[in-house]
Design a protein around this ligand. Structure first.
Ligand code: ZN
Length: 323
């Protein structure tokens, strides 16, 4: 049996999977993305997480045929280089990820955009099975998008699918990309945290930061947001409702443009918040949709936290078989 390793390299976590020939998941291991030390510290953490994954699965490194890595930001897929990943600390210069990780394990490494990997996984193994046209909207630290048209990943001239940077409010909030009013500025965990900090510092009561400290975190993770919402924290509920409205507006507008079979809502934040978040997204999409009967085609990711890493493993397997 030849095994594939899939890695979802995120701003806060490194999710790894060991995937068998039949695409079933053999083992999982999650690591934490270092916030200091830049690319070398992050890639050392990737190496360590993969090593722990192999120990957990009781498999030698020689059983691994290929490694796929889904990374955020701008990627040169062919060269295996992350050009820029603004949401990962210290990744503002190009990093030759495929070469570095390939040297660590002595196997071919394929690099993909994390959200594009996720939508490939949902299309092949998740909620998009049997559907030809899908749009993925993935809410994590930022908001990523991926598009499958006629059963193929649509790349445009290379940068397609960036629904996180479609404008939902003209002259709206400042986005991490330097522009204004993008979806990400309303529904990305980074933007939500910034808004929460500002309001908290201005005197608005919230348990968000207490929960963060109790959980030993330095950032407002998806878990912290979920716990605050479950405890009816007013500020958390308000900001999450705003995020859902923003996602719904973007999902509705994109559906009017593309008329896809389904819009898959995923990413750490949406996965944790689940059906309640989905219902708010659908409610916000409803008045935007030209065809009012299609709000039910907005659905939650089925693969959840496995999505990105599984997609990366699939993409790596595909590329290797094409050689
Ligand atoms: Zn933007």
């Amino acid at each position: 049996m030849s095994l594939r390793v899939g890695v979802d390299l995120g701003a806060t976590k490194i999710q790894t999977l060991l995937v068998a020939d039949d695409d079933s998941i053999v083992a999982r291991k999650r690591g934490t993305t270092p916030v200091t030390g830049g690319p070398s510290a992050v890639l050392a953490a990737v190496k360590e997480t993969i090593e722990h994954l192999l120990v957990r699965a009781d498999q030698p490194a020689s059983a691994v045929a290929t490694i796929g890595i889904g990374a955020p930001g701008q990627i040169d897929v062919a060269a295996g280089i992350v050009l820029q990943a603004v949401n990962v600390a210290g990744w503002d210069q190009p990093v030759p990820v495929s070469e570095i990780v390939g040297d660590m394990f002595g196997v071919p490494v394929a690099l993909a955009n994390d959200v594009q990997a996720s939508i490939v996984a949902e299309h092949r193994l998740g909620v998009g099975r049997g559907r030809a046209n899908l749009l993925g909207i993935f809410c994590g630290t930022g908001v990523g998008g991926g598009l499958i048209l006629n059963n193929d990943l649509w790349l445009g001239t290379g940068a397609a699918g960036e629904i996180g940077h479609t404008v939902i409010v003209q002259d709206g909030h400042r986005c991490g990309c330097g522009r204004n009013g993008c979806l990400e500025a309303y529904a990305g965990r980074g933007a939500l945290e910034q808004a929460a900090r500002q309001q908290h510092q201005a005197g608005r009561p919230t348990m968000l930061f207490e929960l963060m400290e109790q959980q030993g975190r330095s950032r407002l993770t998806s878990r912290v947001w979920l716990d605050a919402c479950l405890q009816r924290d007013e500020l958390a509920l308000e900001l999450i409702a705003q995020a859902a409205r923003a996602v719904g507006t973007a999902a509705g507008s994109a559906t009017n443009l593309l008329d896809v079979d389904c819009v898959v809502i995923g990413g750490g934040l949406a996965t944790r918040l689940g059906d309640r978040f989905l219902n708010d997204v659908r409610a916000a999409a409803q008045p935007v949709l030209l065809r009012s009967d299609v709000a039910s085609q907005i659905v939650l990711s089925e693969l959840g936290d496995d999505c990105g890493a599984l997609g990366a493993a699939l993409v790596a397997g595909d590329r290797l078989s094409q050689r």
